[in-house]
Ligand binder design. Structure first.
Ligand code: SF4
Length: 445
């Protein structure tokens, strides 16, 4: 039984308008066939500005799985995936999306699914328009890199697929580091080259010349939106924090895959304006902030609202995280709208699972200092090993180098059955007690 929590969160108001933008986007995807649009299914990095410039409708597999999980509608898709033969230990993003592929393929062929009950949920999971082709651009995870290969099989090996290979940044040469070194420069060029080939492939699929002016315009919008997002995030180093990690989670869809547009820029301008207003008025993202924590791990989409309330109930402001702060066009200075491909290639390598442990440690510990956190909570994501791999080492480094304690809790990206509330509750309480006793020692000693 999960512990009930009272709501001490103060989520940004702008998120309500943001939710509508997300729903409108998905409605546009669901209606793509009625408009006669071509559809691409893709996984991994944010290739959407390229698809948008090519006049395609794009469906990001992880995003749709996350959306189903956040709406608690993922089960029929996961059952369809299980019927097809995918184990429960397979990444729940891919398991859900492959289940959607099975349902979409069956509905396309007018077949019944064999899954009983929950007809409306099943209908939503099968609502995705079947793809015209696939593009995979997954970094830092072998499951992600094979995901579209399996989707290709579900659709009878009939649809074309393009794979962008994004090598892992080991970071173990003497000159290696975040955004610097020969490995970084050479790997970026390798990805650039593939992006030009991807655009050739898309021209072939659409039968139209690629619109480079549209791509430049898209990247100008994204650069500005990202700058505003990063500026608003930086204001949360203030105490108390005017917004929290959960607010940045709520706007991930926008920066990750919504259309590049003036509306997107206006949305992040409104986010920043609300954060600034809160700073001026002394309004915090959590009532009575007493503790500040960092969140390491990919999101538990089934429990987003639940976790926001749980931490706030303990007077904890979760300030920042590896998932929100080290992905999604997070280095806007690298985007040159006039010559967009190099900056795009570099960003596609910057997934927070695509670095060696030394770089991850530097990024996480740097954030811990910047945001003045008291501790780290690690979401030990059951089916996403890519994120959990370095966590024990990062926890040790935080304790050793900064004296910052950590806890781990179990959960998953899109499978609610792995979440263990009692474990999080007891470990969180113990860590907060430890922080209290350290503070009282600091005062008296
Ligand atoms: S295991 Fe993690 S990184 Fe890999 S595909 Fe799944 S969610 Fe993505």
């Amino acid at each position: 039984m999960s512990t009930p929590v009272m709501d001490k969160t103060r989520r940004l108001e702008v998120n309500k308008a943001g939710s509508k933008m997300i729903s409108d986007y998905w409605d546009g995807v669901f209606n793509a066939r009625e408009r006669g649009d071509q559809v691409v299914w893709y996984n991994g990095q944010a290739l959407n500005p390229i698809f948008q410039a090519a006049g395609l409708v794009w469906c990001h597999g992880e995003a749709f799985s996350a959306r189903l999980a956040a709406q608690h509608l993922e089960v029929p898709a996961q059952q369809a995936g299980e019927e097809y033969g995918y184990l429960g230990e397979l990444c729940s993003y891919s398991r859900t999306h492959l289940g959607c592929a099975v349902l979409t393929q069956k509905s396309r062929q007018g077949e019944a699914t064999g899954i009983v009950g929950m007809p409306e949920q099943e209908q939503l999971a099968s609502k995705l328009p079947a793809p015209d082709f696939f593009v995979n651009a997954y970094s830092g995870c072998s499951t992600g890199q094979q995901w579209d290969d399996i989707s290709f099989r579900v659709f009878g090996k009939e649809l074309p697929m393009f794979n962008v290979s994004l090598p892992f940044l080991w970071g173990n040469k003497p000159d290696s580091g975040y955004l610097v070194g020969e490995e970084w420069e050479q790997t970026s060029l390798h990805v650039e080259d593939q992006l030009y080939k991807l655009i050739d492939f898309i021209e072939h699929q659409t039968g139209r010349p690629f619109d480079w002016d549209a791509l430049r315009q898209n990247m100008a919008y994204i650069k500005r939106a990202s700058e505003l997002r990063r500026e608003a995030m930086a204001l949360c180093a203030l105490t108390p924090a005017p917004a929290t990690f959960w607010d940045w989670i709520s706007s991930i869809a926008h920066i990750n895959f919504l259309p590049a547009s003036q509306e997107l820029v206006d949305f992040f301008a409104a986010v920043k304006a609300e954060v600034e207003r809160r700073v001026a008025e002394g309004i915090s993202g959590v009532q009575n902030e007493r503790y500040r924590l960092y969140f390491d791990g990919i999101m538990n989409w089934n429990k987003l609202g639940w976790l926001a309330k749980k931490f706030a109930a303990h007077d904890v402001a979760v300030i920042a995280g590896r998932y929100t702060h080290h992905a999604f066009w997070q280095e806007p200075h690298m985007i040159d709208p006039e010559n967009p491909i190099p900056g795009m290639a570099k960003h596609y390598l910057l997934c927070p699972t695509n670095h060696g442990t030394k770089t991850i440690q530097n990024l996480v510990l740097g954030d811990c200092e910047k945001y003045g956190v008291d501790g780290i909570v690690f979401h030990s994501t059951r089916t996403c090993r890519a994120f959990t791999n370095p966590q024990q080492l990062v926890a040790k480094a935080a304790q050793r180098d900064l004296g910052i304690p950590s806890i781990f809790f179990e959960g998953d990206v899109a499978d609610a059955s792995f979440y263990k509330d009692e474990i999080l509750e007891s470990r969180l309480v113990a860590m907060l007690e430890g922080i209290d006793s350290r503070r009282s020692r600091d005062v008296t000693g």
